[in-house]
Design a protein around this ligand. Sequence first.
Ligand code: AKG
Length: 300
Amino acid sequence: MAPRSAPDPAAPAWQGERFDDSGVAVLRGHLGPAQTARLAAEIDRLGRLAAGILREAGGDPQKLAGGELVVVPEAADPLAVCRYENIAAASPLFRDFVAEALLPALAKLVGEPCVLFKDKLNEKSPGGGAFPPHQDFAAYRHFPPRYNATAMVPVDPMTELNGCVKFSPGYRRVGEACADHVEEMVGGRPLFRTYGPGPRNGDIVDEVQERLDWHPIEAVPGDVVFFDSFVPHMSVANASKARRRALFITFSRAAEGDWYDHYYKTKRGDSLNPMFHVSTPTAHTVSRTAGEEGTRKAGG
Ligand SMILES: O=C(O)CCC(=O)C(=O)O
């Protein structure tokens, strides 16, 4: 197990059976050793599958998005997998894991049943890209659910050195102080203004970024960090010599319907659309319609 850094004294407790105002909840040791080992073996298998798809696609976006998994390379290194998605369609073991290990805990945190909305494995290779400050809802807003929550499941230890995720729990106060930079209130939570398609696609505007407080959460396999789609978060590039893999499994409220298949049908048909590349180190088209203006590298 990787050593954990000393707890940040300014950080909230991050614990509890229900989400508090921060929209972050850390469940240490939520998964048992056998469950963690089974999941790791399946991620090894899926990682080989994703690497094969990337090799054979030869950069063709339709092949990258048309296989058993949706594979997205790093903008700065098209031979490195940045993430792969649509895992539930490719893995019965993953589906069981979601049903047994995540859905019951999440229903308690949210206060009502949830369903899978999307899933991905972020594979941050050494030197791999950073995710600038963003709110996930900026990417999901194009779909009907008005609320999402994500389970972050480390496959490798997530440390400050390899770019663990930092969260900004006090963002609601910042929303009150920077009302001019709030694009919309959604269910009482501020959605901040962002930059448009291009190198800073989806990043929260600098005027807000400057006021946000950032707290890293280091985590090891077995931990699960749940966070809602409004809490701003970011991560820096991986400065270690090993890759850092983590699942980001996103849900919506069951009462708002099941959008998983629709989401992936849309994404597979339009994978370079900027709405699928919000604050990620991946490439997207500049215009809202895929293919119109070629691609531009986004994120950093
Ligand atoms: O993988 C990471 O380090 C951050 C991922 C992230 O922020 C996201 O996918 O929204």
